[in-house]
Ligand binder design. Structure first.
Ligand SMILES: *Cc1c(COP(=O)(O)O)cnc(C)c1O
Length: 398
């Protein structure tokens, strides 16, 4: 079996070759500026952007005119949170969010708190889910925005978004969801779900990095973060990143066409990985609900091992022990802590993110490598008798 094996799809995914193929002509052949109205180069670019916008909109059941392109979900989240709060200052100063959100929500919320906003960070149940009852109890007359991610980037847990959105909008409050991990993997329909704003990114669903989108329902007021020319309905100025947008559109249409089959195939691979790990090893616990979960995610704690040590030992297999953007802090995951895990259990966790290019053979090999390594890490350290001097130790122990 060929190494390396990539199973870190919640950090990023491989760009589908069909996406690359669609992008290539937009570098050196159709390189116009989509805002140039006076010549053919501009029109070709404008039409390509329109096609991509329509494709991204269909992936989430939106109208094309309700989708704007951004640099990714971090920007989309910032625009949604800061933009709605700024546009609603007259109505209130309270935001409701969840403890398990991505830093691209938590950090802007913390920054708004320093500017005088009030933010409620709601706890989740042990299975990682925020219930509508818990949300209902947190809403105040001053609440202007509720933001709850569709799928968690560490556990893959899916919140009951339809119910949460219905409850929020019934009180006249805007509902935003970060769908960076969910889009392209589970069906989304902003109309039937009653979502007001939704963040997207291309690189979690086999598209290119550095491009994403924000769905803004018609009539929802948002103040732009970036001004200068009025592109994207005035919500995001700056020359459009044409090749990336074309790639995002292609990635979205592939996902839409193939999602039904792919989510079943990848879900089976995930289930196979879990059962192999649990059959070969004691003390493997799933973190988060197995029922309301992305098909491509597995997050387990493995008793008696340190996740980071495990990952170091697994040269050639790319998995992760936390979110890519926070794993260099060496703090235990705030997501797993919110599910009630101890620091030790949180540090013993491993996140698998499967994808379009993983095979059954790869799952089998990864499970086997895990078993060997976990057994090795769990083996009791050799005990040396008292009378032995340091010189009796094998050289690597001295
Ligand atoms: C990856 C991710 C982001 C950030 O997206 P970028 O496009 O990398 O900025 C935000 N939210 C969630 C849930 C994510 O998984």
């Amino acid at each position: 079996m060929d190494l390396p094996i990539y199973m870190d799809g919640h950090a990023t995914t491989r760009v589908d070759p069909r996406v690359v193929e669609a992008m290539v002509p937009f570098f050196s052949q159709h390189y116009g500026n989509a805002a140039s109205r006076q010549h053919r180069f501009g029109w070709v670019a404008r039409d390509a952007v329109a096609d991509a916008r329509a494709a991204v909109a269909s992936l989430i059941g939106a109208k094309a005119s309700e989708v704007i392109f951004t640099s990714g979900a971090t920007e989309s989240n910032n625009l949604a949170v800061r933009g709605v709060v700024d546009a609603s200052r007259a109505r209130g100063n309270h935001i409701v969010t969840v403890q398990t959100e991505h830093r691209a929500i938590l950090d802007p919320c913390a920054s708004l708190e320093r500017q005088g906003m009030q933010v409620s960070y709601l706890p989740v149940r042990e299975d990682g889910i925020l219930t509508p009852a818990a949300l209902g109890a947190a809403i105040e007359p001053t609440t202007v925005l509720v933001t709850v991610m569709m799928a968690n980037n560490e556990t893959g847990v899916l919140h009951p978004i339809d119910a949460l959105a219905a409850l929020t909008r019934a009180r006249g409050i805007s509902f935003h969801t970060d769908a960076a991990q969910a889009a392209g993997w589970v069906p989304i329909d902003v109309e039937t779900s009653g979502i007001d704003l939704l963040s997207l990114t291309a690189h979690k669903c086999h598209g290119p990095k550095g491009v994403g989108g924000l769905f803004v329902r018609h009539g929802v007021a948002v103040t732009p973060l970036i001004e200068g020319g009025g592109h994207e309905s005035g919500l995001r100025s700056g020359t459009l990143n044409l090749p990336a947008i074309v790639g995002f559109g292609r990635a979205a249409s592939i996902c839409l066409n193939e999602m039904a089959g792919e989510s079943v195939r990848v879900g089976r691979l995930r289930d196979r990985l879990l059962s192999q790990l649990q059959n070969s090893l004691q003390g493997v616990t799933v973190n988060g609900s197995m029922k309301a979960r992305l098909p491509q995610n597995l997050n387990v704690s493995i008793d008696g091992v340190n996740g980071e040590q495990l990952l170091m030992g697994l040269g050639g297999v790319a998995v992760s022990s936390g979110a890519a953007c926070t794993s260099n802090t060496r703090k235990p995951s705030h997501v797993l802590q919110a599910l009630g895990l101890s620091d030790k259990q949180a540090r013993a966790s491993v996140r698998f993110g499967l994808g379009r290019f993983n095979s059954e053979a790869e799952v089998d090999q990864v499970a086997e490598m895990f078993q060997g390594l976990v057994e090795q890490l769990r083996a009791p350290a050799p005990v040396f008798e008292q009378e032995h001097s340091e010189n009796d130790l094998p050289p690597e122990w001295q």
